[in-house]
Design a protein around this ligand. Structure first.
Ligand code: TRP
Length: 453
């Protein structure tokens, strides 16, 4: 097998590839989305279902994405085109690359808005806005914040510029450099916050919630949400694996690396749960309040705890840094695709996509404006619609086709060549999961949800 580097760039080292996938995986999904979904869907049963999906379905699919990338070594649609040609399948498969990038675009458009919230809250923590504030006061602040479109826009714009800047610098100097800083920083800050929470929070209540049996709010829809979240949190379904795999050196053991990333992502999600829920319960806050959980309960809790200002600031900065690596991962495949499709420079592609993302953000931000005071919960429909559309539908659909392509359409010797560093047993286990487990499981869940079972 001759090694062809991708025209878009390469990672400087093997560890950079693993760190980059880790930075993609760890983000708002672990800190914000996981905590509010676990709160809404009854805790332990949701956590267990999502973990089964994560290792049984999402991780094999991320491996499948990296295989496509390392085989094709180009932008996602071009890699798929190459892989389809080599396996003598229809070239229409490259359309899957566009669908994946479109999905990533929609996710990124609201992801940058939420990351902007975290930015704003970090600043408020620093300014002492929440010290000794009442629970009602924090709620009112959030309502006001949602209608303060200009303030939101300012933070959203700053975050987007940070993301565009890194992607503009390219694979080696931009993305590769960022992940060497962000992943260690995330680990250090999260460790500090877990210790703080264990010391000051209601740990038994959080444990009972996350790991105990209480199937109250868990229903059929929760299973699909758990599947969608497994894809979201590992970063599957938006072509990140295809792009990052295309930049990997030839000698990387792809499958083992992805499994390590899945373990890391799980540890971070659970650590975030351990950092967040004891604080929630220590302050008698309802865990089932939805996307606002992190932005209402935590400021209140931190505002009323020893040294809460400092730890609150650390927490929201952690959210921003984690979101940064994920947002960069979501953007790179889109930039690569547009760059190759239109044969333009990276700068041109980044500028055009950045402008489109910014406009989407503006639309989302203005959709939060309450029609009347106290009505904000009804008014964030556009954002909730985007979140559900992407995570519950588009990610599983892209994943379904990816499993079919790699499991059923790519020729086994080609697959084996990309995964040559893995044992036979592991290789065939992966093929089995991609062929016989992932497609039926995803298909059944999508159909059940469509029929509203
Ligand atoms: N995994 C990230 C998070 O948990 C978000 C993310 C990065 C993502 N890349 C992705 C989600 C690809 C879906 C698809 O915050």
């Amino acid at each position: 097998m001759t090694y062809r580097p991708s025209p878009l760039g390469s990672w400087q080292s093997r560890s950079t590839f693993v760190l980059a996938l880790s930075a993609s995986a760890v983000g708002l999904g672990n800190l914000w989305r996981f905590s509010y979904l676990a709160g809404e869907h009854g805790g332990a049963p949701f956590v267990l279902t999502y973990l089964i999906f994560l290792f049984g379905i999402a991780a094999p699919l991320l491996i499948a994405e990296t295989v496509i990338g390392s085989h094709g070594r180009n932008s996602p649609p071009d890699s798929l085109l190459y892989a389809a040609d080599r396996s003598m399948r229809t070239r229409a498969w490259h359309l899957l690359g566009y669908l994946a990038c479109f999905t990533g675009f929609l996710i990124l458009s609201y992801y940058a808005v939420i990351a902007g919230w975290a930015f704003a809250y970090a600043q408020q923590m620093e300014a002492g806005t929440f010290s000794s504030v009442s629970a009602q006061g924090v709620g009112e602040f959030f309502t006001l914040f949602l209608s303060d479109s200009l303030q939101m826009l300012q933070w959203h714009t700053l975050f987007l510029l940070m993301v565009l800047g890194v992607v503009l610098l390219g694979v080696a100097r931009g993305l590769g450099a960022l992940v060497w800083l962000s992943v260690p920083a995330i680990m250090a800050v999260l460790g500090i916050l877990v210790l703080y929470s264990l010391e000051n929070g209601d740990v038994p209540a959080a444990q009972a919630f996350l790991f105990g049996v209480q199937p109250l709010d868990f229903n059929a829809k929760s299973v699909l949400v758990a599947l969608g979240h497994a894809f979201f949190t590992l970063g599957v379904g938006a072509a990140v694996g295809m792009s990052y795999g295309a930049y990997a050196a030839q000698k990387v053991p792809l499958a083992r690396s992805v499994m390590a990333v899945a373990v890391f992502d799980t540890v971070v999600a659970l650590a975030a749960g351990i950092a967040i829920f004891p604080i929630v319960f220590a302050n008698n806050i309802e865990p089932s309040m939805g996307p606002g959980l992190m932005f209402v309960s935590l400021p209140y809790a931190f505002g009323n705890m020893p040294d809460g200002e400092l730890y609150g600031l650390l927490f929201f900065l952690l959210v921003v840094v984690a979101a940064w690596g994920s947002a960069v991962a979501l953007l790179e495949p889109i930039v690569a695709t547009v760059k190759q499709r239109f044969r333009i420079r990276r700068l041109t592609a980044v500028t055009a996509i950045g402008a489109a993302l910014w406009l989407m953000g503006v639309a989302i931000i203005f959709s939060f404006r309450p029609a009347a005071p106290d009505q904000y919960l009804q008014d964030w429909n556009f954002f909730l619609l985007l979140d559900a559309l992407t995570a519950d539908w588009l990610l599983p659909i892209v994943a379904l086709f990816t499993a079919i392509f790699v499991g059923w359409c790519m020729r086994i010797p080609l697959l084996r060549a990309e995964l040559y560093r893995e044992s036979n047993l592991f290789f065939w286990l992966l093929v089995f999961l991609l062929r016989y487990i992932a497609p039926p499981a995803i298909g059944v869940l999508l159909i059940a949800a469509l029929l509203n079972l």
